[in-house]
Design a protein around this ligand. Structure first.
Ligand SMILES: [Zn+2]
Length: 187
């Protein structure tokens, strides 16, 4: 059977999804990506897309650049989110939420730009740090979280992870310039 990777398409996103090649399956009652198409172009229709920070820039982040202010910045993010995960609505065991930096990457200008900070529970957060999750024995938990959030099977996730790690390798060859202008919203 051919792989049909389920998408979470909101009514106002239908046109965009179809223009990218998504198909509707009446039995699944959902849009899906046909097997021959890559999944990354459909990330805006996934509940928690995986954006790995390039290894060339692991030393630099909001925490390292704004050490003195980091606690206050985090607190603001948590308060706005009501100390609940902004993706699954849950709370972690050891602490309710963690602060996650969402970046975008411009290959032409070699700019890694901070888009926003969000509060995530531990498991949702670790989906964004796949290598860390592997090393710390959390692979089963993070896999399950992604499968549940997206209504996926293992094969869907494996296909997506291959693409995610390909782009990670590409981006890790670049020396990125950080743009943290968005931080103004949290200070
Ligand atoms: Zn969560």
């Amino acid at each position: 059977m051919k792989l049909k990777t389920r998408l979470q398409v909101k009514p106002e996103q239908v046109k965009e999804a179809e223009s990218l090649g998504a198909k509707y399956d009446g039995r699944m009652k959902s849009y899906y990506v046909p097997e021959h198409l890559p999944l990354r172009p459909f990330e805006s229709f996934m509940t928690l897309p995986i954006e790995l920070v390039p290894s060339s820039n692991w030393e630099k982040n909001v925490r390292s650049e704004y050490q003195d202010e980091w606690r206050a910045i985090k607190r603001k993010v948590y308060q706005r989110a009501g100390y609940k995960c902004e993706v699954c609505g849950g709370k972690g065991d050891a602490h309710p939420v963690e602060c996650h930096e969402k970046w975008t990457y411009d290959m032409d200008t070699k700019t890694q730009r901070l888009e926003c900070l969000i509060a995530l529970c531990t498991i949702c957060h670790k989906t964004q740090h796949w290598g860390y999750a592997l090393i710390h024995g959390m692979e089963k938990d993070v896999r399950k979280r992604i499968l549940t959030l997206n209504g996926w099977k293992d094969e869907d996730l494996n296909k997506y992870l291959n693409e995610v790690f390909d782009i990670f390798e590409e981006r890790s060859k670049v020396n990125w310039t950080l743009d943290m202008t968005a931080l103004e919203h949290y200070r």
